[in-house]
Write a protein that binds this ligand. Sequence first.
Ligand code: OXD
Ligand code: MN
Length: 652
Amino acid sequence: MPQLIEKVYTPFQKNAGHYATTTSTPSKFNNVRGYTIVNGDINSLPLKVKNFIEESALLCQPDKIHICDGSEIENEIFTKSLLEAGTLIPLPKYQNCYLARTNPADVARVESKTFICTPHREQAVCTPRPGIQGTLGHWISPKDYDDAIMNRFPGCMKGRTMYVVPFSMGPVGSPLSKVGIEITDSQYVVCSMRIMTRMGSLVMDEIIKNNVDFVKCLHSVGTPESGKVAMESWPCDPDRVIILHKPENNEIVSYGSAYGGNAILGKKCFALRIGSTIAQREGWLAEHMLILGVTCPNGTKKYIAAAFPSACGKTNLAMMTPTLPGYKIECVGDDIAWMKFDAQGQLRAINPENGFFGVAPGTSFETNPNAMETVVRDTIFTNVAYTSDGGVFWEGLENTIKPGVTITDWLGNPWELGVSKTPAAHPNSRFCSPASNCPIIDDKWEDPEGVPISAILFGGRRPEGVPLIYEAMNWQHGVFIGSAMRSESTAAAEHKGKVIMHDPMAMRPFFGYNFGHYLKHWLEMEEQCNKLNGTMPKVFHVNWFRKDKNGKFLWPGYGENSRVLDWILKRIDGFDCYDETPIGYVPTPESLRLDNLKSQINLKELFSIEREFWLKEAEQIQTYYDNQVGTDLPKQIQQQLNNLKARVEKMQ
Ligand code: OXD
Ligand code: MN
């Protein structure tokens, strides 16, 4: 935030007569408070916390301040008031579940309005080729950052309560965890943060006891310039949304949206954008990855992390019901992994989140029964449809609708199965559920030491050319594969249509610093591991989404992906069950278990590696690097691409 004591004053003076504080002396802002503390004791808080609250209050001018304790009773009070305001609709078919419907202009992350602020542009983003629009994040100068705040925040919480939410990303007290304080004027956000993070007095006590630094997160749903909110039950200011990050101050400022990653600031803003900058400084990795544990029939268990772009099946993989007999999958997390080497050089991961914020459409008893079991308790659904029997509905749940039950779509209109032409649920509608409700949550999911990671998977939606699985030849090759990831766009962000987009490491919307520097950091992890005499995890690329010429998926996916995990486990154990190809190692035909598969698999097509396709792919990766990364590209990554080109050129 700008240095409030001095800077808040300027616009306040400009707007003389408009703001109550105009004539007050800002350095004595205790005099100009004008708010009541309705919960918590601000004077018992460490000075840095108190300052953050008071500066935010001075800027936003709420009527009341509520310091959240995270208790059950507090949550009940907020839920009741959200029900009264019409923000939440009860779902009596389930236990303690509610539906929120947003302003239709506030339905997804807004990447185009998400910025990283650093003194110099090249610290935050790569320098694209002249005339080319950069796609690896947006930089904002410190001055524009301050201006953006001062143009939006002064007085934005007038008439509202400002909630102070202390939260921990990761189990409270774990050496891998970090804490934050989110200040927000949305009870919906508070309730969501309570599900998605460890939140409340426990965390404030940790800040007080250990004097730990916290990430400052300021959020307001905003007040449109006209002063009129379009939808009382979902105030927001979509025209002026802005999501700001200032890594050098460990600071996040978000205005205008109450939706998901824009507002639940522990998630993308903290755990990924600010998290990746802290990780770079401290020598670890903050990644857009699920974490799962897989136990094979002989009882050995391995943990795997996997990076797929938003809405590409991370939650489904993390909660998979394996079809291969004797296998068991347990879920540690479905979206974010923080990974660090321990003293023995073993990479260990925690899931910094406490809940799932999963994409609802497509989730069903067939595709993800564990998620379905998770969401029927303690869940806030957003922008799904609801049913006259008090339940929810979305695309994929057609066979759950009993005769006579009617459906209301996410916009509140009657919706008829097989008749209505628009989707019942918004394609980016979500469930927000506690991870502890997941029937297959791993018993080590809250282990403060994290779980040992044996393999990292990269993947995306690639309808053409990319085989079901291939293994990187070494760490550098693996980092290259991650950097060259591409995937069909989805509804998780504001992109239009289905285009194959570059989404390096599945992190394109989430880098907190220059992508070239990020790759360098990834490459350096190997050195760190070697110094500790550890073993690097193996790296793989998977693609469940390859289609045949008629547009039909070549691989059944979901539980059948356990067959792919089985091969990965064999490779982790050092079995020599691969064939070398120009793009990496693929399973020998007999090593990928296809026994008892219900459908016939065209293995040849599923694993075909076409010279023309890969020449073109290599060319497109080169263009991408040249256009987007430029001189920031580490030379080892360019070398990996040269090697790929040379190997593909030699193909018959
Ligand atoms: C998410 C996303 O919400 O990636 O997890 O968009
Ligand atoms: Mn995600």
